[in-house]
Design a protein around this ligand. Sequence first.
Ligand SMILES: *Cc1c(COP(=O)(O)O)cnc(C)c1O
Length: 387
Amino acid sequence: MQDKKNRFETIAVHAGVKPCPSTGAIMTPIYATSTYVQVSPGKHQGYDYSRTHNPTRTALETSLAALEGGKYALALSSGCTGTDVLMHLLEVGDHVVSVDDVYGGTSRLFRTIWSKHGIETTFADLTHRPLTDFVTPKTKIVWIETPTNPLLKIIDIEKVVAAAKKLPQKPIVVVDNTFASPYFQSPLELGADVVLHSTTKYINGHSDVVGGALITNDKNLLERLHHIQNSIGGVPGPFDAFLVLRGIKTLALRMQRHGENAHELAKFLEKHPLVEKVLYPGLESHPQHAVAKKQMKGFGGMITFFVKGNLENARKFLESVRVFALAESLGGVESLVDHPAIMTHASIPAETRKSLGITDNLIRLSVGIEALEDLKEDLDNALKCSQ
Ligand SMILES: *Cc1c(COP(=O)(O)O)cnc(C)c1O
């Protein structure tokens, strides 16, 4: 499996997983151990303590790197740990440029934690203005998330990478690839230095794990990131690593279905009389549809739409869904619906939410893999109840 470059579906099933040499077990065991016996001081088989390395985690890391077409990966305790580990690369006085509609938890880390440690972040609309409008000589990280959450804006990764590479301080370009998943988008191939994932979402895909990952082709950077992770902790346990590995096996099948269902529902909602507007990168009406077509292999499973009316109408809609579950998070096999202003994006100051366009009638869907007709009927019924 390792010698030849396989296709995505094959990588998802096989990468990182080797039959156990002593038993032949085809599945990677859950190595529930904190420490490892050494034959002589410092002489061991590559594992000495499970904060540093663990065999189940190693298998997951090999798989994650292969999925992104990268050389190295770190599996972490959550997506936010991945962000935190990256931010530890910086020093007091350094600066970050981030997309404005960044994941709420990422924004919270930048605004309420790292700003206290002397690192400022500028939140930039990179869909309309060039990176150079926002950089300072101290900009060390450029943070792209695309599609963004919840507005599903698409940032041209190649364009931002090209602008970043011209800067004398050579900032690290990070792409949060959580929404697209490696099935639909490969940021390393587009020149990004690091890919971040909340594996909690599509990669695990079953809403039963919180986890994160960083993937890169740069050995030196990987070593610096691993040093930080090993110093501060933030590792996933072996059982979580096992679950994510298990989820990855069906990643291609799941993403294909998520994408098909979401595209059909987006078209359905766009024509619905009780819907004001739909945002889905696969619709021709999406403002960055052309960029999405250029850099993505498909448009993903997330839809954002505006129900006709106000908060009351949104509330009635949200209380009337029966197949979609009203819950935070996304990327699982089951369909979820979220009200960003009250739920996932409540930590973003109201003024900022308003200026971004996260209004009270905005609803975010994480479209699952259920039967399309059931999902359609559910949305149609809840929309009727919304007025
Ligand atoms: C959920 C999410 C994160 C944070 O990941 P956790 O696993 O919840 O810590 C980061 N980025 C995006 C786009 C997310 O959806």
